[in-house]
Design a protein around this ligand. Structure first.
Ligand code: HEM
Length: 414
């Protein structure tokens, strides 16, 4: 097995480990947050790097900003099919979803649902989001320790998701659970076995099938389920493809925004000078939101599979090879971003980051995510002098969902 022959990266010195031994996919690097020096070494010395043996089989790492853009733009050579994560799909449990498809099918399905985040819909959502944020913040205990991830990050994103699906509000925590189950197998401790994971995902499908059936006969709803049920490109999907697209929309809108909400609190605590800037000038919030999303990089990578031979940075990629575009590295590339390891809330060109990807798959919900974060921080600044981080955050042991399961905080009002 890979474990027997692959050295454990966290035990090694990133400056001296032989390049060919580097495997940035190892979970420990992510749960212990020790990956950045390894990525810097790769960007400097082997920007397109082949790892011949890992838990996920052989793969290429693409670590520089410009090279990631080159791969993203060339979907004719680098396919999103069969999956966009480093782990290969299980053969007997395929989950087709449009993020893991190429044109033309990708474009047709994306078009079916993208109205949910059209500018006018976002405008309509703004007041709903603001009043929910206000309620969540006003219910928080003052001067008492609690888990910010659970009380704020999860609660707010799950409420938002329930709105997008027009999902029964009292059952909304099911969405959180399904999102966690979809992205985490037994190795992350979220479920005990692969069977349990599938069972829970089928419960998700069953629940959503009921909602589909209720809405299929009624007029055009503005929610994601109605859009899928009525859309030309999606109305005849088989159940597995419905489940796949549900997983995409649930995870897309959930874990990512959740981890940006948590990560912002951490970044401000680690950079008190930036927190002071925010207090003195709340108009910096929209810019800060982009900086938070870059800093956190809530999805650490996207994967492509080469369908043609291609030379990238002098390396010969062969048809069939797996490429991992490490956004977490591209967003720290000093060739593209000034002082990339620093968190600077008023940095110039803050939207120039890779956290939302690039090209035809660029995140569909990016404006919605930014809006949620902007409103949250506007309301936080009205209420609290400081959200004090107590102790160290707990990180998710994943090289894909880049985030936090626990962040203990104490609130200090003005
Ligand atoms: C795609 C990140 C929020 C829905 C993506 C991609 C990334 C990403 C990296 C793939 C881009 C690529 O391959 O080039 C994020 C981050 C978010 C966020 C960092 C929050 C900070 C959301 C929200 C929604 C959403 C709120 C809800 C509507 C989607 C969908 C896709 C996608 C549907 C697939 C697009 C396609 O394949 O054409 N997102 N996302 N995302 N995201 Fe997001």
């Amino acid at each position: 097995m890979a474990e027997a022959t692959t050295p454990l990266m966290v035990d090694l010195d990133p400056a001296t480990v032989p390049l060919e031994d580097i495997d940035v996919s190892q979970r420990e690097l992510w749960s212990q947050n020790k990956k950045y020096p390894f990525f810097k070494r790769l960007r400097d010395e082997a920007p397109v790097h082949y790892c011949k043996e890992s838990e996920f089989g052989p793969y290429w790492s693409v670590t520089r900003f410009e090279d990631i853009m080159e791969v993203e733009q060339n979907w004719q050579s680098f396919s999103s099919d069969p999956t966009i994560v480093i782990q290969d799909p299980e053969e007997d449990f395929e989950l087709p979803m449009f993020i893991a498809m190429d044109p033309p099918k990708h474009d047709e399905q994306r078009k079916t649902v993208q109205g949910v985040v059209a500018p006018r819909n976002l405008q309509n959502l703004e007041s709903t989001i603001r009043s929910r944020v206000q309620t969540i913040l006003d219910d928080l205990p003052i001067g008492e320790q609690f888990n910010w991830v659970d009380r704020v990050s999860i609660e707010l994103t799950t409420q938002m998701l329930a709105t997008l699906f027009d999902f029964p509000f009292e059952d909304r925590r099911k969405l959180t659970r399904w999102s966690d189950v979809a992205t985490g197998g037994p190795e992350t401790g979220i479920v005990e076995s692969e069977e349990q994971r599938r069972e829970e995902l089928y419960e998700c499908l069953e629940y959503f099938t009921r909602l589909w059936q209720e809405r299929e006969g009624s007029g055009d709803g503005n929610d994601l389920i109605s859009m899928l049920a009525h859309g030309e490109a999606t109305k005849d999907m088989d159940p597995q493809e419905y489940l796949g697209n549900l997983v995409l929309l649930i995870v897309g809108g959930n874990d990512t925004t959740r981890n940006s909400i948590t990560g912002g609190v951490i970044a401000l605590n680690e950079n008190p000078g930036e927190y002071a800037k925010l207090r003195n000038n709340p108009s910096v919030i929209p810019n800060m939101v982009s900086e938070i999303i870059r800093w956190v990089t809530p999805l650490a990578h996207m994967r492509r599979t080469a369908v043609k031979d291609y030379v990238l940075q002098g390396q010969q990629i062969k048809a069939g090879d797996k490429l991992v575009m490490w956004y977490a590295s591209g967003n720290r590339d000093e060739r593209a971003i000034d002082r990339p390891d620093e968190f600077i809330i008023d940095r110039a060109r803050a939207r120039q980051h890779l956290s939302f990807g690039f090209g035809i798959h660029r995140c569909m919900g990016n404006r919605l995510a930014e809006m949620q974060l902007r409103i949250l921080w506007e309301e936080i600044q009205k209420r609290f002098h400081k959200i004090e981080m107590v102790g160290e955050p707990e990180r998710i042991p994943s090289n894909f969902v880049h985030g936090f399961s626990d962040l203990q905080v104490v609130l200090h009002p003005h």
